[in-house]
Design a binder for this molecule. Sequence first.
Ligand code: HEM
Length: 483
Amino acid sequence: KKISNLQKFRKCDDTIPGPPAHPIFGNVSAFSGKNTAEIYEIFRKTADEFRSKGKNVIRYRFLDKLYVWPLTGKALSKVLESTTELNKGDDYRFYYPWFGGGVLVEGFGERWRTHRKLLTPTFHFAKLEGYLEVFNEESKIMIECLDKYAESGKTVDMFEYIKRCALDVICGAAMGTKVNAQYYHEHPYVKAVEGFNTLAIQHALNPLYEFDFIYWAVGLKKQKDEYLHTMKKFTGDVIAERQAAIASGEVERETSKRKMNFLDILLSSGEANILSDEDIRQEVDTFMFAGHDTTTTSLSWMCWNMAHHPDIQQKVYEELVSIFGEDPNTEVTTEGLSKLEYTERVLKESKRQTIPVPALQRKLINDMEIDGYTIPSGANVAIAPMVLHKNAEAFPDPDKFDPDRFLPDEIAKRYAYDYIPFSAGLRNCIGQKFAQMNEKVMLIYILKNFRLEPMAGFNATKPVFEAVARPSHGIPVKLIRRN
Ligand code: HEM
């Protein structure tokens, strides 16, 4: 199979534009020995280079795997609008032992469709009001944990605090379980997720790691298994705790599905034999990961952007005070959130400038023509906000932070898929509304309590090319109390 794929995809070295490829290894050497921040930069620079030559599509080949990157929203439209090309790409396989079978990585078919239908309503807009209490409560704890830095004037890495808060939120809101990660800084789950994501990308870019023996011999299989054990133990405990609390009568489960939280819907579907215990675990693992790492990265970059643009930070602060008042601990309500205007635009621009999910993949079932090139079946097509959002034609002077790009008249000038932080089409993000609300509540508490000042230059911390583009060196800021 590997040899036949190599023969098939090698032909694309000449038929699709892309950097020069070695006859066997393809583009492997350009990435070997590089860390994931350097890899991010290579992908972005190469996209810019080809786009400036008028190309809308480029290819990379790693031995027997072909990756095709449409470089504009328009070139990507066929993929995003397809109702059949919904299989996830080759590199999601690395995640199978963690949450294979879950809705994020499951191939296109009946199982994905059924799970997606069951789970989508659990994060529906109508549910969010119920989750708001947890967003408020956990954000207040985050401020309490950060306060000592405002007092001492010491630099703090906001990323570490936002991450633990987001984890407490997803567990508290969606799973009805309090895990107190914010009070437990060396949380093993958090470290394991981070380590696993780095392993995933190293695996994707080194074809030798496809051979189980080599992966084992270099010690990485053992490392991967240790991370898996930690992560599954954590989610297993969360499920067991909720089950025990319901069984003992300590908590009463809502009777209507309309009101139940995410985990209770899964558990009740288990009792009705619609889902097995393993199905439930896979979905809990999926949402635990998809539900905290992304929001964390998004809000962390937002804080970095605010620290580096004090004038914009001040305008956001003024809008927050005008809606919620000066008291930094006023409860955030849905009514107040609906009045945000400038802050909305700033958040959008932040997700354009520093993209939480840099790139995702579809694996083509059939040949597809994109921008005049025939992309063969079995190729991976990259849906890459990290390059789309930097397309100078859609976003002139793309590295400039300018929230006014999201004024209605400006949006109307662009193509629908030029800006897709949550992807688009039938496999778009289930948690989009939950994430945006959660992110806003955390941001409101942070900015109403503190003014953020950067403790390093903007490029001292860089997005990494992993499942989630976390900052390579955290978010080092100084916090100055507002009142
Ligand atoms: C700012 C935060 C977030 C961003 C930027 C984001 C982005 C994305 C993107 C780009 C995808 C497409 C992935 C792919 O096609 O492989 C996706 C899918 C998904 N997201 Fe999110 N996400 C965020 C937060 C969340 C949250 C909070 C949840 C759950 C509570 C969530 C659950 C999911 C799930 C389950 C999928 C898979 C959907 C499917 O394949 O059918 N996400 N997200």
